[in-house]
Design a protein around this ligand. Structure first.
Ligand code: AMP
Ligand code: GLY
Length: 449
């Protein structure tokens, strides 16, 4: 039987999943709260619906006769969409609500690590009483990270000694009205992500990626969902050793061992500290933007992973092209604190592919010979009669794939130049040699090299 995959979610990550599956022998449908024009063009059917309503999603999956579902974002996982799909006999690649707590409840996540002796857990305490949390900040010897236990789109964490003073941290706790928070040891180092494809007790990991959470260049400004990311042609990153990567994989393996029925993507966010990798958080899905680094270099058919998972098997060995990737998000001006929507998006997939090398040409420089195509992924945009417009969330991402990070970065930049900057903001520094070198220097300094 030809599989019919239902993709749930309408962001850049889901556009990357859709493009990956569109090349396979599969019927593809999608549903999301917003109509992502990139996904809509790749699927047989696209339905706009409330993806955090499990019954609505399950009804749609039944109506289109889906055989497998892929859940992209965390909110539907948190709402129990995988459970509802299973109830109507549709296999969901994405954990059930109880297992998604590894992401959706940071207090659970830390306790889970401690109880199961998963390595790489920082010191932490959880609090339901905010006065007690503030007292803990006063007493603690060192800086703490303040984390709301529930989902905040990556924007709820405040790190004392980095973004806020202890006084500001306490004010944040008292004013925010969170029901539960985690206070944990501030980790110092360089962040990286390792994503694992998990099914039936087995797992396969993808090359490491580094995301950039801060809104502005030089890692300044508020935290965002992620402004862009890069990966290297090897499994590790320039500031890491392969041993660091292997240590991170071991942490993921210990986590999967302790989570009995986990299926889907398990995303580990690590801090490479002087003592090696420590866990910042787990996510129960692909990263956004990290999916856009990983899926373009995945040479194994993603459909094979889905079918194996559904059929009770462990994931097949995954092959990744030995290529570097750089992903840059264009976001609306003012994002994330005060975003202005309504700018017209000036790029499409064809103009982006043509752009590479051409911008250098028109400025009189020599075009690069090795330039490959850039990839465009739409995120939160609004398609109207006369074009595509920005909303208040991340708009679209451009990805370069090449032999080195430097070349991939140039490809992404050429494509961004076509998009123009009106009404948009982007971090040009992501993937540039200077910033990558800073990461290398930082880790060398921490390790006393
Ligand atoms: P999260 O939502 O857990 O990914 O946290 C958002 C960001 O806060 C992370 O990407 C880190 O930059 C920072 N962060 C979280 N936990 C810690 C920690 N224990 N120490 C230092 N920074 C942290
Ligand atoms: N890139 C961070 C995330 O997806 O949570």
């Amino acid at each position: 039987m030809r599989e019919h995959v239902l993709l749930i979610g309408g962001g850049g990550r889901e556009h990357a999943i859709a493009r990956e599956l569109a090349g396979s022998d599969v019927k593809l449908s999608a549903c999301a709260g917003n109509k992502n024009p990139g996904i809509a063009r790749l699927v047989s059917e696209f339905e706009t619906l409330e993806t955090t309503d499990p019954d609505t999603v399950a009804d749609y999956a039944e109506a289109v006769d889906a055989t497998i579902a892929v859940v992209g974002p965390e909110a539907p996982l948190d709402a129990g969409v995988s459970d509802a799909l299973e109830d109507v006999g549709v296999y969901a690649f994405g954990p059930k609500q109880a297992d998604a707590k590894i992401e959706t409840d940071k207090a659970f996540q830390r306790r889970f690590m401690a109880e199961n002796d998963v390595p790489g857990c920082p010191d932490f305490e959880t609090f339901d009483d905010m006065d007690a949390a503030c007292a803990f900040i006063d007493e603690y010897d060192g800086d703490l990270a303040i984390k709301p236990a529930g989902l905040t789109g990556g924007k709820g964490v405040k790190v004392i000694g980095d973004q806020v003073t202890p006084e500001e941290g306490k004010e944040y706790i008292q004013e925010s009205e969170y029901e539960r928070i985690v206070l944990e040891e501030r980790l110092i180092g360089e962040e990286f992500t390792v994503q694992a494809f998990v099914a039936n007790g087995g797992l396969e990991t993808a090359p490491a990626v580094q995301d950039h959470k801060r809104a502005y260049e030089g890692d300044e400004g508020p935290n965002t969902g992620g402004m862009g990311s890069y990966s290297d042609a090897t499994v590790d990153l320039p500031f890491m050793t392969e041993q660091d990567y292997d240590d991170a994989v071991e942490i993921i393996e210990a986590t999967v061992d302790a989570l009995e029925d986990y299926r889907g993507i398990l995303y580990g966010q690590f801090m490479l500290t002087a003592e090696g990798p420590k866990v910042i958080e787990f996510n129960a899905r692909f990263g956004d933007p990290e999916a856009m680094n990983t899926l373009p270099v995945l040479e194994t058919d993603f459909l094979d992973v889905l079918v194996a998972a559904r059929d009770g098997e462990q994931p097949p060995n995954l092959e990744f092209a030995e290529q570097a990737t750089v992903c840059k998000y264009a976001v609306p001006e003012g994002y994330p604190t005060n975003p202005t929507a309504g700018a017209k998006v000036q790029v499409d997939e064809e103009s982006v592919a043509r752009a590479v090398g051409a911008t250098k040409n028109s400025s009189g420089d020599e075009p690069r010979e090795s330039a490959g195509d850039a990839l465009l992924y739409y995120a939160s945009v609004d398609e109207r009669e006369d074009g595509i417009y920005t909303t208040t969330s991340r708009s679209f991402a451009l990805v370069g794939v090449a032999d080195s990070i430097t070349e991939a970065e140039e490809i992404a930049e050429d494509a961004l130049a076509v998009a123009g900057e009106e009404g948009l903001h982007m971090r040009h520094d992501i993937g540039k040699p200077e910033l990558v070198q800073q990461r290398i220097d930082h880790v060398e300094e921490l390790r006393g090299e």
